[in-house]
Write a protein that binds this ligand. Structure first.
Ligand SMILES: [Zn+2]
Ligand SMILES: [Zn+2]
Length: 440
């Protein structure tokens, strides 16, 4: 009498394997899913069941259980074959009554041998052995390279007006403005808010000896980190400071005043690095290596400039403090292209036209702006009007209000998107955060 073998598997490869056995005296049935397997237990009464683990409709462990529970097959042999050579699968199979656990893929000969051993009455489960996974050493182990792009902007401080700290500011950070711009070996820094302190430590570690620092204006939030900028205390460092001609004082006078014993234990004249001050004016362009930095007036109290930087590959605008549409609280779509309310901003719009990335503030929501007209910062909807007419590919929002927590800023991003959608502007908007690095 032929030995009846039931193969339960998604594939019928074991049917062929057994048929090709040297002296095949098997009668073979095949079930491609759990339902067919149960039917075959009753109609076929196999002496041996070879089942896969991931059988469609019923996993192999349940098949084992059903074979053992069926009166016609309770004593039949069961071999579970699995692509998961895991100890949990092994124990489940053996505990439920399988006679053997076989890892797959395996040579055809192995399956034939196991079947033969069952019918010879000598099949016993081998103890579980951990498989030898691929050799993890040397070139066989793929380790993805983490690389820092050579051309990027990195936000070291994104908080406007005042730095903040605390558990509500963990996501976006609390440092006041500072931006690192790198294009290969060319480096500039814009703003010396508290974010410049950790940047300075990084530059010191990297052995950078020459930096160009650009300041759009000298309100506290943009200069307060300067005395803590590590390269100042290295006599081998050279620092060029580019800042607007102030209404009241020159930049040099301002720094002399800031670095007196009244405010700080080190005076400007005691600083070891070689500092050179440069006056910066509207419409001026400065070239630092391959970087071209253009300056333009911003709408903000005091003498304030904003920047457009060309890297050769990318152009971006950096406008941290700019009040768009002074005192306007209406719908952004009410501001038509020829609206006289745009007149104070036309030159800036032209200056920023079609930049790839526009970094621009939007410090207040509509209700906050009701009380903050003339403070030098924009409502979200008024900033959106500027974005609409500048047509950047991407808008990055920075100079976050110190009262806005992580939750507020998360929700605010949605408001920005909604306002842009209302204006039918297809521009990707993101909120900057401390540490945000963007390849350019
Ligand atoms: Zn500011
Ligand atoms: Zn300011």
């Amino acid at each position: 009498m032929k030995k009846r073998v039931l193969i339960v598997d998604k594939s019928d490869e074991f049917v062929r394997v057994l048929q090709e056995a040297e002296k095949c005296d098997y009668e073979i049935a095949y079930a491609k899913n759990g339902e067919e397997a149960l039917a075959k237990l009753t109609s076929f009464h196999p002496n041996l069941v070879i089942t896969g683990l991931m059988v469609p409709g019923m996993d192999g462990i349940e098949i084992v259980r059903r074979v053992r529970a069926h009166p016609q097959t309770a004593k039949s042999g069961i071999i579970l074959v699995s692509y998961q050579p895991l100890i949990q699968v092994y124990h489940a199979a053996i505990e439920q009554g399988a006679n053997y656990f076989q890892e797959r893929p395996c040579p055809d000969e192995k399956i034939r041998d196991l079947a033969q051993r069952w019918f010879d009455g000598v099949l016993k489960p081998d103890p579980f052995h951990h498989p030898s996974y691929a050799d993890l050493e040397g070139e066989h182990c793929y380790v993805p390279r983490i690389h820092t792009p050579d051309h990027y902007i990195r936000f070291w401080g994104t908080r406007g007006s005042s730095p903040v700290a605390g558990s509500e500011y963990v996501r976006y950070g609390g440092n006041s403005p500072c931006l690192e711009v790198r294009s290969g070996d060319d480096l500039i820094i814009i703003d010396a808010g508290t974010g410049i302190r950790p940047l300075g430590e990084q530059l010191a570690r990297q052995g950078i000896r020459h930096v160009h620092l650009f300041l759009g204006h000298t309100h506290w939030d943009h200069i307060i980190g300067f005395p803590f900028f590590a390269p100042l205390y290295n006599e081998n460092c050279k620092i060029d400071i580019w800042a607007p001609v102030g209404y009241e004082k020159s930049v040099r006078e301002l720094f002399v005043e800031m670095l007196t014993y009244t405010y700080f234990p080190v005076r400007l004249e005691d600083i070891r690095a070689k500092i050179t001050f440069h006056e910066l004016r509207d419409s001026q362009t400065v070239e630092i290596g391959r970087l071209r930095i253009h300056a333009h007036y911003a709408f903000h109290p005091g003498s304030t400039l904003c920047f457009k930087v060309e890297t050769g590959k990318t152009t971006f605008g950096y406008v941290t403090d700019n009040e768009v549409l002074l005192g306007f609280h209406g719908h952004p779509n009410a501001v038509e292209p020829d609206d006289p309310r745009l007149d104070p901003h036309r030159s800036l719009i032209q200056f920023l036209q079609n930049v790839d990335i526009l970094v621009h503030e939007a410090q207040y929501d509509s209700f906050e702006y009701l009380d903050k007209v003339g403070w030098g910062h924009s409502s979200i909807s008024n900033a959106a009007v500027l974005v609409k007419y500048c047509e950047p590919k991407e808008w990055i929002v920075t100079h976050h209000d110190p009262r806005h927590t992580d939750k507020d800023l998360h929700e605010k991003r949605e408001v920005h998107s909604d306002v842009l959608a209302d204006c039918k502007v297809s521009c990707y908007v993101r909120m900057a955060f401390d540490g945000f690095m963007l390849p350019i």
